[in-house]
Design a protein around this ligand. Structure first.
Ligand code: SF4
Length: 143
């Protein structure tokens, strides 16, 4: 069972109501069972919503609201969704394919919290949960 960031599969859950469809991701998951999750929607942050970035280990919207608790909740909720789906089919979770640089899904590299497209080392909140659980994470840029 793979976990996939839902926006990579064409689901319009991105902050601006659009998606991040990736043909490479679609090819990679062909023939595999997968569960598509969006931690921000899981936390009730339906689109459209302001973009958010991580600064000093907390998540802020571009408007300056501290959304840290919501992002933590969303990350846990999406993990639970994925786990339940894996259990339903009696499968292990082998891999998570995540949207690069998102404050939820980014894995290895994120934006620095200035909303100036500056990249820094780090993980989004959902990627952190997955790594803590020992799940291998990649992004669409690794596909
Ligand atoms: S939280 Fe993850 S799945 Fe949801 S829109 Fe952002 S990058 Fe995509």
């Amino acid at each position: 069972m793979y976990i996939v960031s839902a926006c990579l599969l064409g689901i319009n859950c991105k902050y601006n109501g659009e998606n991040n469809y990736s043909e490479a991701v679609e090819s990679l998951i062909k023939g595999h069972r997968y569960v598509a999750v969006c931690p921000e929607v899981s936390a009730g942050m339906v689109p459209p919503r302001p973009p958010s970035e991580i600064r000093n280990d907390r998540v802020y919207s571009k408007e300056g609201d501290d959304l840290t608790e919501l992002f933590l909740e969303g990350a846990e909720a999406s993990w639970e969704e994925a786990l339940q789906e894996a259990e339903r089919f009696g499968e292990d979770i082998e891999l998570a394919i995540l949207k690069a640089r998102s404050p939820s899904c980014g894995a290895g590299v994120i934006y620095d919290g200035t909303f100036n497209s500056v990249r820094v080392k780090g993980d989004g909140f959902f990627a952190r949960v997955l790594k803590e659980k020992g799940i291998k994470t990649i992004t669409e840029e690794d596909c």
